[in-house]
Design a protein around this ligand. Sequence first.
Ligand code: FAD
Length: 392
Amino acid sequence: MTAHVVVAGGGIAGNAAALALRRAGIAATVVESRPADHVGGAGVRLNPNAMDALRAIGVDGAVIAASAPLVRTEVYSPAGERLSYRLAADPASPRGLPRSMLWTRLATTLRDEAVRAGARFRHDTRVVGASETQDGVVARLDDGTEVLADALVGADGVRSAVRTWIDPDAPAPQGGRTRTIYGFTPDPPVEPPPPEVLRIHLGARAFFASRRDAHSGGCSWFTNIPVPDGEGDGDPRDLLDELFGDSPAGDTVRHADRVLGFDDLALPHVPRWHTDRMVVIGDALHVAPPASEQGAAMAIEDGVVLGRCLRDLPSPAEAFAAFERLRRERVEAVVALGLGGAAKVHRRGPARLVARVRDRLATLTDWQRRPPTGGPAWAYDHHIDWMETVNR
Ligand SMILES: Cc1cc2nc3c(=O)[nH]c(=O)nc-3n(C[C@H](O)[C@H](O)[C@H](O)COP(=O)(O)OP(=O)(O)OC[C@H]3O[C@@H](n4cnc5c(N)ncnc54)[C@H](O)[C@@H]3O)c2cc1C
């Protein structure tokens, strides 16, 4: 049986995996390259399937306490007219509402719960190599130490090194033709929408989405822009100034204390997920554009399902094979869904006009009686039964 697992990366996937491993009675050592008190990162939305996965490992309560519910998204025209709104979830769904919170608050909440459950964390050092032996794996750290375990889980994000140790020919993430620029304004000059509302203002060249952070009162905002080849490296503040000028959005941007630009990457298919002793999860394994709002959710689901597999199967190799069988179809479908959503955001020409007319008609017809909700049920209503046994 698997007794001890070393996890490279203490982000969302690694911390969720550590929690699941502890719930399964397996020792976990998480190696995270950032310091323990790291702050920053974008806001994330946790859709109902993410909350379901957190419930499976008993940490939904802690995440609910550290986040705010998202009730609806509203879209406004450049003239300030409300065009449409969408409920964040079907009110009749037993899964409840999505939650939103800052990335670091989510990672820290999961880490604190994992520590409480007995996981060991090593911050400020990274995994730089690994060798498989007959009865385990040796992870080498850049502080010169080693961790011996039965298995190594690569939760080391989009630029994963573990992915290339498993398969030197592994594909790298593609894309980068659009960018998500995220910011946080602690003391906003313009009153942001309440935490339960994500408000999107359409502009001539870009949209501006914002809401108030329930815990700090600051404004969390983002936009998404096409990036012609070779133009993605400039200071995002200059670009935002050009896009939003003297508008209320421009004022909020100028008062930001944190502005981060992320290339929108996609990793739709990784042929080799594991060896006998090493496996990758989370963004190391599949990357969906931010438009899918599912990257963190998939990372959590991966951690929970991997924990069940390692609990129920006699060897890491059998557990990893079962993990791939249970997860591949779903994660690849979610990335495809995200790629479709990203294409929609950047519709041009006639397609954009058709969408505008449709949105306009929606405001005149039935949306006030029956607003559209969330995303497809197969993605959002996914359920993980922690007690169900995984078979070979
Ligand atoms: C702008 C933006 C907005 C997003 N919005 C949403 C959203 O609304 N909803 C949603 O569900 N998802 C969202 N996502 C996606 C989500 O943030 C990611 O999918 C998720 O964080 C993936 O988690 P992860 O743990 O796999 O990777 P990461 O969060 O990247 O964590 C990887 C960790 O590994 C560490 N690390 C890397 N290499 C090593 C090493 N060799 N040794 C030790 N440690 C290492 C890193 O420091 C990092 O902490 C968004 C992403 C972006 C860029």
